[in-house]
Design a protein around this ligand. Structure first.
Ligand code: BTN
Length: 336
């Protein structure tokens, strides 16, 4: 299905908040709360299924949100035991174009301070962005979509390997929630059973000799609706399909933020080399036969053989061991 970016109006968002307990609410009650007519409520919910939100209307009872989400909530994020609440400045939106774009647009305001890390999370993105100019799709509250900013004293060229260690942090956290068997596809796609579970978009800004700034955006599929699935043209999965446990986005976000605070200073001090073995241990296709398709269209066939200390991926080819670290390489598993 073609994706048409959708904006949710404020009234629709307010109605959802009134329905978030999953109980029936009459049109009259909703209209009274929002100081509008009942017909306005009906109109505001007309295309709600396009956002992956399922609401039933039953005559005489009203409206009910069938599978309401547990909203992102600053207190729930910051009250988790592991997190230090003073270290984060969290902004939550019901809807925004893209959490990465929001932070990029606010870089000028000097808001990237590692002593109080800016974090932006949202229930819905109207223009979620993926790597290589692709779109990143998710429905209302069906994913964890957030970004944070980090300041480095070094210049951008010293940050090779950054995208790989962010992948490591996500894997560590998912595994700590007993979501085992999650792996990495170079440089940092999170896979389960070779299907994409989460993606990472890192955008760098700054001076050659520093300082530099990374806007690090992460999307983790939680419980994708059929409509969201229909927009995505690759093999994907979500946490609800691979885990029986009830997983709260607030808790996972809290654990991720704590892990970033832990891993980034180690990366700054020791570089990617410190994490090389760990990354290889999570590599989904290690020792497997693959084809790399380079940005210029050339295809390299070989067997994956780890990563270099700068985060380049290594391939054993017919002409020896080669490493690659160029832009958007696409990777295909060669069938046996
Ligand atoms: C990819 O695998 O292509 C990267 C996907 C990154 C998606 C996240 S969702 C939160 C943040 N905001 C965006 O617009 N993109 C990232």
């Amino acid at each position: 299905m073609d994706f048409v970016p959708l904006c949710m109006n404020q009234r629709t968002l307010s109605i959802l908040r009134l329905l978030k307990d999953g109980q029936f609410q009459s049109g009259e009650y909703l209209a009274g709360k929002l100081h509008c007519k009942r017909a306005t409520i009906s109109r505001a919910l007309k295309n709600i299924d396009s956002y992956g939100v399922e609401i039933v209307k039953i005559r005489g009872r009203g409206y009910r949100w069938i599978n309401p989400i547990l909203y992102l909530n600053r207190d729930l994020i910051l009250n988790c035991s592991s997190i230090d609440p003073r270290k984060f400045n969290i902004t939550l939106f019901d809807t925004i174009d893209s959490t990465n774009t929001f932070l990029l647009n606010n870089l000028e305001n000097g808001m990237i301070d590692n002593n109080c890390v800016p974090v932006v999370a949202t229930e819905y993105q109207t223009n979620g962005r993926g790597r290589a100019g692709r779109l990143w799709h998710s429905g209302f509250g069906d994913s964890l979509t957030f970004s944070f900013g980090w300041r480095f004293d070094q210049g951008v060229s010293a940050l090779s390997g950054l995208s790989l260690i962010i992948g490591i942090a996500v894997i560590r956290v998912l595994r700590s929630f007993s979501i085992s068997c999650v792996n990495l596809k170079w440089p940092n796609d999170i896979l389960y059973d070779n299907k994409k579970l989460a993606g990472i978009l890192i955008e760098l800004r700054g001076e050659i000799f520093g300082p530099s700034y990374a806007i690090i955006g992460i999307g983790i599929n939680f419980k994708l609706s059929d409509i969201t699935n229909s927009f995505i043209n690759q093999e994907i999965t979500d946490l609800s399909s691979i885990s029986d446990a009830y997983l709260d986005r607030n808790q996972i976000l809290s654990a991720l933020l704590t892990e970033f605070l832990n891993i980034l200073p180690v990366f700054v001090d020791y570089g990617f080399a410190y994490f090389q073995k760990e990354w290889i241990s999570y590599h989904a296709f290690e020792r497997q036969a693959v084809s790399l398709i380079l940005p210029n269209g050339s295809v390299i066939v070989g067997t994956f053989d780890g990563v270099m200390e700068d985060g380049s991926i290594c391939l054993m080819t017919s002409s020896g061991r080669k490493s690659y670290h160029v832009g958007d390489i696409s990777i295909r598993l060669n069938s046996l």
